[in-house]
Design a protein around this ligand. Structure first.
Ligand SMILES: N[C@@H](CCC(=O)N[C@@H](CS)C(=O)NCC(=O)O)C(=O)O
Length: 137
C-alpha cells in the first residue's frame, strides 16, 4: 500500500488526502512534524517538505502537492478530478483555481510562522488577513 507523509494541519497534505479519497485509492497515513529532528522527510524529498507520497516499493517518492495531484491524475485518471484535455478552457480554469488555492495555502502557512514570532509584524499580518479575505470570493 502507498504511504502518505502528512501533518494534520497541513493544507497541502489535506489536498492530497482528499484527492486520494476521491479516487478511492487506499493509503497509509504517516504523520510527521517536518521541522522535527526525527523526521524521515530528508530521505524522500530534497526540499524536506510534506506531503510526500511513497509508492509500494517503499523507495519511489512523489512530492510537491500540485505535482502529486498531476501524477495521480495521469496514473489514475478515473474518476477524473479535472476536465478532459479536450476541454481546454474548462481545464485551464480548474488549473487557475488550483493556483489560487495553492496561494491561499502559502498565505496560511506564512501567517502561521509569523504568529510563532515573539513580535509580529502588523503589516505582514494585515497582508495575510487580506489574502485570506480575498480567497473567499
Ligand atoms: N509547495 C509545497 C509546500 C509544502 C509545504 O510547505 N509543506 C510544509 C508543511 S504545511 C512543510 O513541510 N514545511 C517544512 C519546511 O518548510 O521545512 C507543496 O505544495 O507541497
Amino acid at each position: 500500500m502507498w504511504t502518505l507523509i502528512s501533518a494534520t494541519p497541513s493544507p497541502y497534505a489535506r489536498k492530497v488526502r482528499i484527492a486520494l479519497a476521491e479516487k478511492g485509492i487506499p493509503f497509509t497515513l504517516q504523520t510527521e512534524v517536518p521541522w522535527d529532528g526525527t523526521t524521515v522527510l530528508p530521505n524522500y524529498n530534497p526540499l524536506e517538505k510534506l506531503p510526500v507520497l511513497i509508492l509500494d516499493d517503499g523507495k519511489t517518492a512523489i512530492w510537491e502537492s500540485h505535482y502529486i495531484l498531476e501524477w495521480l491524475e495521469a496514473k489514475h485518471p478515473e474518476p477524473a478530478l479535472l476536465p478532459p484535455l479536450s476541454e481546454v478552457d474548462d481545464r485551464l480554469f480548474a488549473k487557475k483555481v488550483e493556483v489560487l488555492c495553492d496561494g491561499v495555502c502559502d498565505a496560511l502557512v506564512l501567517c502561521f510562522f509569523e504568529k510563532q514570532r515573539e513580535s509580529q509584524s502588523k503589516e505582514w499580518m494585515a497582508r495575510c488577513a487580506k489574502l485570506k479575505q480575498r480567497s473567499k470570493c
